[in-house]
Design a protein. Structure first.
Length: 339
């Protein structure tokens, strides 16, 4: 296997010792969209021994423009992104272990995964999940690499608990929210640049070279030819609720995990339901067949109802496409399934 990684081993900052450390390492990738697929593929090719991927969504045609691991077949079959990514990564590098979770990134699902990881790669598409990752990373003392991109812009920052400011520290001083890919679009080069930085930072962390870490908040616009690094050392706060002296990890609290959420820019509501989770899959299919044709794979069910498109996952989540109204989404599910 040395031949496989020979060019990387020749890079003196990694060498044989660093390559062995990569093989013994575990990276968690939260989100399997554009950043997640690029990052997971790069780290798989680099020989990171274990890569865990968690994602709540499935492959759609609009993903293929920038989410580089997926194929038309994945979109036709509506394959869950985590499972499709695992399948393709296993073909790229059969010598590493890929673990996939088709699930939402909640405190309950993420905490045990972050506890096992050496580094976390942020490849999410919403601010709430990033803040949850931030709290869990601080709680478990796990380094993570924040990354985001939209339109032709991108940004990233490496966060090391106990050493650097956390994302909560920056909340009031650097804009981390705003437009999304669904509202402002995105071009692949912005994705690839952010992912390249994230991968480089992960390789530094995994090989123990924290002195080489980019200690700042980097932002760029590949279309308008701008690049800026912001020194953020001064924004670390002793009273920060996530990393301060008396941290309370606010995003781990129950009141920050609603049962329904509007997916930004997608005209879609996600509903989590314990009742839905308890209904046997065959019983669900039977109910749904009374209103229309049901498409199914091992991970989800899909059906059209009136002006809505409904996708039901095995873990008790449903995506109601065609509305951004939570009450309407719940009403649709009640009519379709009887919840």
């Amino acid at each position: 296997m040395e031949e496989r990684y020979s060019r990387q081993i020749r890079f003196k900052q990694i060498g044989e010792k660093g390559q062995k450390r990569l093989g013994d390492s575990h990276v968690l990738v939260v989100g399997a969209g554009a950043l997640g697929t690029a990052g997971a593929e790069g780290l798989a090719r680099a020989g990171v021994g274990t890569i865990t991927i968690i994602d709540r969504d499935y492959v759609e045609w609009s993903n293929l423009q920038r989410q580089q691991l997926y194929t038309e077949s994945d979109a036709k079959l509506r394959m869950p992104k985590a499972m499709a990514a695992k399948e393709h990564l296993s073909v790229i590098n059969s010598g590493i272990h890929i673990e996939a979770h088709v699930a939402e990134g909640t405190a309950e699902t993420l905490e045990p995964l972050i506890e096992k990881a050496d580094v976390v790669i942020d490849a999410t598409d919403n601010f709430e999940t990033r803040m949850l990752i931030n709290d869990l990373a601080q709680k478990t003392k796990t380094p993570w690499v924040y990354g985001a991109c939209v339109s032709s812009q991108g940004m990233f920052m490496t966060i090391i608990p106990g050493e650097t400011p956390c994302l909560s520290c920056l909340f009031e001083q650097i804009p981390v929210g705003g437009a999304t890919c669904d509202t402002a679009g995105i071009i692949p080069p912005a994705v690839h640049i952010v992912s390249a930085y994230q991968q480089a930072e992960a390789l530094k962390l995994l090989t123990g070279q924290t002195d080489a870490i980019q200690r700042g908040f980097v932002t760029f616009d590949v279309w308008n030819n701008s690049h800026m690094k912001i020194n953020v050392n001064h924004v670390r706060r002793e009273d920060c609720p996530s990393c301060g002296t008396h941290a309370v990890y606010p995003y781990l609290q129950d009141w920050n995990t609603p049962k329904a959420a509007v997916l930004c820019g997608r005209d879609t509501v996600q509903v989590r339901s314990e009742s839905l989770k308890r209904i046997p899959k065959q019983e669900l299919i039977k109910r749904l067949k009374t209103i229309g044709k049901v498409e199914a794979n091992a991970f989800l069910l899909h059906i059209f109802y009136e002006d809505f498109r409904i996708v039901i996952f095995n873990d008790g989540r449903a995506l109601v496409h065609g509305t951004n109204d939570v009450k309407e989404a719940n009403s649709v599910l009640a009519r379709v399934i009887g919840l």
